[in-house]
Design a protein around this ligand. Structure first.
Ligand SMILES: Nc1nc2c(ncn2[C@@H]2O[C@H](COP(=O)(O)OP(=O)(O)OP(=O)(O)O)[C@@H](O)[C@H]2O)c(=O)[nH]1
Ligand SMILES: [Mg+2]
Length: 399
């Protein structure tokens, strides 16, 4: 799974990546600070089954602290996007090409309204962040449409002559963009095209692209820089006018709190609504007054900096993932090397036992015999839909 961070220059994408991952991507108050994409690993949290089962675990592919599993998620921060990017403005299509493999996009919006469409500083509050939301969707649609249009006419002729389906041709055309066949098929039905009749395609093509984009690269909007004077007003306005949820966040405050937590001056964990000062002297007066301001203006007002919530929302609500624990031994919950609950996998809700087997190893799915749930020992078939926090043994024939 890959999450892409998008938005206009200087909206705070790299700061947001740093807040989620602490990778230290370069941040600057001038447009196009980022040219080459920055990658990092963030951790989404889920209550671990170790507590329920009363065992101490040895996680391998994830971490566990006090009964909370931390599952790694790849995050990509790309160059800023300006209007007309799909036609080559700014850094042009580069950032879009970097986003090909993303399964979901987080749109970072400068809620303070102090940057124009190109990320240049303007008077505070003079820009309406709602305008950013619309243009970003349009740019992504224009990018996908341009890819389809490259040899659309040839595609149509071939389809008519050879009686081919649009969904098959489009799927081929859009491989590499992490767009699934069923996204295309559903969209074709939704917009009212006939998959096997090329004469119905032209008119609805832009509508089709929007529908495919919504399914294959859903966008979640975050109102960043919520610590700034005009942000709250703009956030409320966005919340009212945008049909999807909007998350108020301060990426900068989160970076600050996490840095201080690493310096051991405060005790803080991402998502917390408060912190405890551990070393007042090391923190110093200046930072202490700043941190108190973060507490009153942000944590008490919004409940947290918002950064961790966004990740939780993306993974567990927008992408509808669940966590399962594959094991070899259902009495000890171990793998071959006696590691207790070694792996935690994020899989989409609706994944079957055989689907899970395929994720572990392709041979596992090919030679699948049955599954077994721990600790009950209950046998499950290939079609069993795995449930959140299932501990599962997959039994496969040895070839
Ligand atoms: N007040 C405030 N400033 C922020 C916040 N997040 C980022 N900034 C500031 O916004 C400026 C731009 O931040 P970046 O993270 O470099 O923005 P970007 O979107 O990666 O910019 P490009 O790489 O140029 O596209 C920097 O001066 C940051 O310190 C925030 O939550 N609050
Ligand atoms: Mg950047």
């Amino acid at each position: 799974m890959l999450i892409g961070i998008v938005g206009k220059p200087s909206c705070g994408k790299s700061t947001f990546l740093n807040a989620l991952t602490m990778v230290n991507a370069k941040v600057g108050d001038y447009p196009f600070t980022t040219v080459e994409p920055n990658r990092g690993t963030a951790y989404v949290r889920s209550s671990c089954v170790c507590k329920e089962l009363g065992v101490t675990d040895n996680p391998k592919n994830s971490l566990c602290e006090d009964g909370i599993r931390f599952l790694p998620i790849q995050i990509l921060d790309v160059a800023g996007l300006v209007p007309g990017a799909s036609e080559g403005r700014g850094l042009g299509n580069k950032f879009l090409d970097d986003l090909r493999q993303a399964d979901v996009l987080i749109h970072v919006v400068d809620a303070s309204g102090s940057l124009d469409a190109e990320g240049n500083i303007v008077d505070k509050g003079s820009w309406n962040p709602l305008d950013d939301v619309k243009f970003l969707e349009e740019e992504i649609d224009a990018w996908i449409l341009a890819i389809i249009k490259r040899d659309y006419e040839t595609m149509k002729k071939k389809a008519s002559a050879e009686k081919l389906r649009f969904s098959n041709l489009l799927h081929e055309k859009l491989t590499g963009l992490a767009i699934k066949k069923y996204h295309i098929e559903e969209s074709i039905r939704e917009v009212g095209m006939m998959d096997d009749d090329a004469s119905t395609w032209d008119e609805k093509l832009p509508e089709l692209v929007t529908s495919i984009r919504k399914k294959s690269k859903p966008i979640i909007i975050v109102a960043n820089k919520i610590d700034q004077p005009d942000s709250h007003k703009n956030y409320l306005n966005m919340k009212e006018k945008i049909s999807s949820e909007v998350f108020p966040i301060s990426a900068l405050a989160e970076v600050f709190l996490r840095n201080e937590q690493e310096n051991k001056t405060i005790s803080y964990s991402s998502g917390d609504s408060d912190f405890e000062i551990l070393n007042k002297e090391k923190l110093g007066d200046k930072k202490e007054s700043l941190i108190q301001k973060i507490k009153t203006d942000l944590l008490l007002k919004y409940g947290s900096t918002g950064v961790q919530e966004v990740l939780t929302h993306v993974v567990f609500h927008l992408l509808d993932m669940i966590v399962v624990y594959p094991v070899e031994d259902i009495t000890k919950f171990t793998d071959k090397s006696e590691n207790v609950l070694p792996d935690a996998f994020l899989v989409p809700k609706g994944t079957t036992a055989i689907g899970l087997a395929a994720k572990i190893h392709t041979d596992f799915a090919k030679n699948f015999i049955h599954g077994q749930l721990a600790p009950s020992g209950r046998r499950i078939g290939a079609d069993y839909e795995v449930q959140n926090n299932d501990v599962i043994r997959i039994v496969a024939a040895v070839k």
